[in-house]
Design a protein around this ligand. Structure first.
Ligand SMILES: Cc1cc2nc3c(=O)[nH]c(=O)nc-3n(C[C@H](O)[C@H](O)[C@H](O)COP(=O)(O)O)c2cc1C
Length: 322
């Protein structure tokens, strides 16, 4: 049994510094409750609820089933017109933590910090790390090049080392953790926690279609490609025939619109909404337009499991002290 120290366990008062990662359309209330009751935690993207009242009900549903802290993931940039309303629900419901992605998190930090809501900020490099630490971020989530969803470009080791040079707040690694050995490897790099997504797509608690779960089981790491076509920001997806047919790069017109300063905000919202619609179609029903988001960790997924079965396997040889 190997023992690690983790600041994340003390920040959230949990047993395992593992976040069942926020995944658009994939992470749901039940998965988060399972993770929390195991002694880890979980987070749901606010966008998984179609409006803020459903979001409030979803959060209240989780609270009815676990007293442990859990989080909400907010997209804090122009593509998300509902951002302020979503943030208000997080504040009203006093969630345990917020994960900010794809934008400037300073307003979230400013409003949440005095209330004791922790703020963890997604980063893909060390550029803004110091500023985020100074602004009061409670931890950085280091999204590396093996992550599902909007992956970074740097490998796990390089990214963690670069961040450790810049900041002393906890670093949570996201991307590529799929086995107990891989978890030990990243903890040995001195991070305070991990955020794991892909591994939980093929779970009984997850409500995506059987086709999506089977695709995750039947494909491997070499079937993952990065596409710009969903949101303009590179996103890891399974290279299905449909993905091949539409290509993975934005066309010249889309690129032009994306660069246009005056139209940028509207275009971003439009492009994002269109990409998310594509994902939604494929996530819950059989369609030829199969765009399934997942990371290279699908290599290790061989069957549908329960959330707590996966967490048990991941943590079987490790203990954490504060
Ligand atoms: C299907 C899928 C959807 C995702 N959606 C989001 C999202 O909505 N917001 C976000 O911040 N990260 C999202 N991510 C990234 C995860 O939060 C996490 O960083 C990533 O899954 C970690 O890498 P792993 O998949 O190798 O475990 C998504 C990942 C996947 C696989």
């Amino acid at each position: 049994m190997k023992n690690y120290t983790s600041k994340l366990t003390s920040i959230l008062n949990i047993k395992y510094p593992i976040i069942l990662a926020p995944m658009y359309l994939v992470t749901n209330e039940k998965m988060v409750v399972e993770a929390c009751e195991f002694g880890a935690t979980g987070a749901i993207p606010a966008m998984n609820w179609s409006d803020t009242e459903l979001m409030r009900k979803g959060i209240q549903q989780i609270k009815l089933n676990t007293s442990k802290p859990f989080g909400i993931n907010n997209i804090t940039h122009a593509s998300n017109p509902a951002f302020e309303k979503q943030l208000q629900v997080c504040i009203d419901e006093k969630v345990g933590f917020i994960i900010t992605s794809l934008g400037n998190p300073e307003m979230t930090i400013k409003l949440c910090k005095p209330l004791g809501i922790k703020v963890f900020c997604d980063v893909v490099d060390a550029r803004h790390a110091k500023r985020l630490e100074q602004a009061g971020a409670d931890a950085l989530i280091a999204v590396n090049n093996l992550a599902g969803g909007h992956a970074g470009q740097l490998d796990q080791k390089t990214l963690i080392a670069a961040l450790k040079q810049e900041v002393s707040i906890p670093i949570i690694s996201a991307g590529g953790v799929a086995t107990a050995d891989l978890l030990a490897d990243v903890l040995n790099l001195g991070v305070d926690g991990v955020s794991i997504g892909t591994l939980f797509i093929a779970t009984h608690e997850c409500t995506v279609s059987e086709e999506y779960k089977n695709a995750v089981i039947n494909h491997g790491a070499s079937d993952i490609v990065m596409t710009d076509r969903l949101s303009g920001t590179p996103c890891a997806v399974i290279n299905t025939p449909y993905v091949q047919s539409i290509g993975t790069k934005q066309n010249r017109f889309e690129k032009f619109l994306n660069r246009n300063k005056r139209l940028k905000r509207l275009i971003k919202q439009y492009a994002y909404a269109r990409g998310m619609k594509m994902l939604k179609k494929a996530a819950f029903s059989a369609t030829y337009q199969t765009v399934w988001s997942a990371g290279p960790s699908i290599e290790y997924i061989k069957e549908v499991k329960h959330v707590n079965e996966i967490l048990t396997e991941l943590t079987k040889d490790i203990e954490f002290s504060i």
